[in-house]
Design a protein around this ligand. Sequence first.
Ligand code: HEC
Ligand code: HEC
Length: 296
Amino acid sequence: MADAGNKKEIDRVSGVETTGHEWDGLKELNNPAPRWWRWVFLVCCIWAVGYWIVYPAWPTLSGHTEGKFGWTQHRQLKESQGEITARRAAYLGRMKGMSLADIRHSPELYEFARAGGAVSFKENCAACHGTGAQGNDVRGYPNLNDDDWLWGGDLDAIYKTIRVGVNSGHDEQRGTQMPSFGRDGLLTPAQIDDVTQYVTELHKGDAAPVTEARTRGAAVFADNCAACHGKSGEGSIEMGAPRLNDEIWLWGGDAASVHNTVTNAHLGVMPTWENRLDDDTVKMLAIYVHSLGGGK
Ligand code: HEC
Ligand code: HEC
């Protein structure tokens, strides 16, 4: 410091004393700090002292000073969680007793339900239906994003499917009853070959080549399959029988897969959620699934 003091000099241009600090020929003038700056500094010091008094601030041997306000992160978390619960309760209270259609037409409740449904879907449904409800690599789990519905794609139908499940053992379950035509000897192997060819070509409509096998297959279909799958393979929501005249398949649409399905029917199981999730959650799930794009 003494050294620096020795170098003090008066700047020729401004007439102000320099501090003696010099960088490559630039010298610092010893001007006092501006008044406003000193005031702000003072106010900050006073503020800091006030802060130490009301908030936790200084470490002590056994912990830290608590502050007059008794603020803790835990308490703040609890308060905001309480706020969220209260807000949720307000929405859920309004949803009680409302029909799905009413919820759908209330933009605010609809958004709330959709968001809640999305969370619950990830927790409960994604394992089978995929995180984006796009279905699964394993066969038999339907894609819920498209407008191809086994059990109906309006809100009430989706709600019921989730509530009672499919082949789930619930009293009101949606049950599937596709017979195992091959295993149980209901059709001969030749008949199964014919109907397989007919079914795999159904999506081609009139463009399908007219062969003898196909004509025989059509007759087998009319006698054995149309009751559930519809005259032209359009499917039936009452029976949960999939549409067969499109190219969306649950169990595979190539000849080997169809042959296999007709020989040994696969009956998918979708659990009932009635006793596992509360009714509000089932409603929110229905709204979420319905909103995925295929809802009617
Ligand atoms: C253990 C696997 C599994 C779980 C978990 C599961 N599902 Fe399913 N789900 C299925 C199967 C299998 C089907 C097809 C049933 C059939 O063949 O008719 C299905 C069908 C459906 C359908 C009917 C689709 C249609 O085309 O009509 C809806 C809607 C549905 N599930 C929603 C859900 C929701 C929402 C959840 C979560 C709460 C869920 N699923 C959880 C296996 C599951
Ligand atoms: C009693 C009603 C019923 C009859 C009769 C019936 N089915 Fe089915 N079929 C179903 C149901 C229900 C499913 C869906 C099974 C599941 O996934 O749970 C199904 C599924 C299928 C599938 C799989 C579709 C896919 O998307 O992968 C094919 C193929 C099929 N049936 C062909 C036939 C043929 C061919 C016949 C006649 C020889 C026939 N079914 C008779 C009810 C029936």
